[in-house]
Write a protein that binds this ligand. Structure first.
Ligand code: HEC
Ligand code: HEC
Length: 331
């Protein structure tokens, strides 16, 4: 225990030291931390929310960054700096910067809020240092590039850029930059937190989609629209939650409990974190009860046979979609 704490402290100190170094150079990204001041080295907790934009931040802060890749002198090598910036730009606007690999209207930043710099919204800070890792869905060792490619194929309903393609390399550069100062192989406490606790999970078949629709119309439609396609809010435009321009049925977000974990902790952006576990699951069931693109390779996921119980589109888990609303529609 003590050991873990000490290691965590060391890691944070390294990260903070590099932030201080940047402050000395006269740059601005430390100045926009939530507290408005540079982090202090005297705090010792491993889970340090000040390294991330807080989970409670509302719509006004949707464009905020703690680590701004567009700031001057982010890297001594200007070629590296420009790849880090390109990676950030791809994550915010893949339709412009990576169009050949994208098959829908979503951006990485729609789901990984504040370009992966926000707590409880699928943060990407420190994630590069956790690869390679074994994943059940693939049943083999996966690299960061595999994982990025996975989000392209599923969440973006597109194709994975080749490992040596500038799009992949630039995203690699941005994510590695977000992991500077983190110890290799250590998992920051904020990763994997967009979950519904096992004991709070409601069996999929018991989720009432009509109840979910009412909650959606109340809490979500003001920004996402009754049609789920997203309203331009000037500060940001949410991506489509369903339909042909949304994530496909092989995406993590197509799984009811997984999406509920996101909704519960990251939405609604008027008051994130205020929905109950049940409300989040009902809304998730409603969102995922709509039609969306089909992921062609989903039958080869989870080759060890232990398929997740919330993958409603997976015909090996459910023979027909248990929540699909439109009559006579099959998965
Ligand atoms: C529809 C929402 C969505 C979009 C769009 C999306 N992702 Fe993800 N991403 C997820 C979810 C959900 C997970 C976590 C899945 C899980 O828990 O297994 C994830 C996981 C990741 C991870 C691994 C994080 C970890 O904690 O191990 C990386 C890296 C990543 N995404 C990168 C990207 C990139 C790059 C893009 C854009 C090309 C992108 N994502 C677009 C939803 C999305
Ligand atoms: C105040 C406006 C607002 C409300 C209310 C809101 N959202 Fe969002 N939501 C957003 C914005 C803006 C984004 C994209 C953020 C970005 O791109 O930086 C987003 C992103 C998402 C995403 C990521 C995928 C996508 O399509 O963009 C999901 C899923 C989501 N919201 C679900 C919900 C649900 C479910 C509710 C209701 C419980 C909800 N939101 C309420 C503004 C809102």
């Amino acid at each position: 225990m003590t050991n873990m704490k000490q290691t965590g402290l060391r890691k944070m100190t390294i990260r903070r030291a590099s932030l201080h170094a940047v402050t000395v150079l006269g740059l601005t990204f430390v100045a926009c931390t939530p507290s408005g001041s540079a982090p202090s080295d005297t705090e010792t907790t491993v889970q340090t929310p000040e390294l991330l934009i807080p989970a409670t931040a509302t719509l006004e802060r949707v464009g905020e960054l703690l680590y701004d890749p567009m700031a001057d002198s982010i890297h001594p090598d200007p070629r590296m700096a420009s790849m880090i910036r390109l990676g950030f730009q791809i994550s915010q606007d893949p339709q412009t910067y990576a169009s050949e690999f994208v098959g829908n209207d979503l951006t990485c930043g729609n789901c990984h809020l504040n370009a992966g710099q926000r707590d409880r919204a699928l943060p990407l800070l420190g994630v590069a240092a956790t690869f390679p890792q074994y994943r059940r869905r693939d049943d083999r060792l996966v690299s960061l590039e595999d994982r990025i490619g996975g989000c392209f194929k599923r969440s973006m309903n597109g194709t994975a850029p080749p490992y040596d393609h500038p799009v992949m390399l630039a995203l690699d550069a941005y994510l590695n930059w977000l992991s500077e100062g983190f110890a290799m192989g250590e998992r920051p406490a904020w990763l994997g937190q967009n979950e519904i606790a096992v004991e709070a999970r409601i069996p999929i078949e018991e989720l009432d989609v009509n109840g979910g629709e009412e909650l959606y119309n109340l809490h979500c439609a003001p920004c996402h629209g009754l049609d789920g396609q997203g309203i331009d809010l000037i500060l940001a435009k949410p991506g489509p939650l369903w339909g042909p321009l949304s994530w496909n049925d092989g995406a993590g977000a197509a799984r009811i409990w997984k999406l509920a974990g996101y909704i519960k902790h990251a939405m609604p952006l008027t008051a994130p974190g205020t929905l109950t576990d049940e409300e989040a699951q009902l809304i998730s069931a409603y969102v995922n009860s709509h039609e969306r693109p089909e992921y062609p390779d989903k039958e080869s996921d989870f080759p060890d046979g232990t398929r997740p119980a919330d993958a409603v589109y997976d015909t090996l888990v459910f023979s027909t979609h248990p929540l699909m609303r439109a009559e006579g529609r099959q998965p």
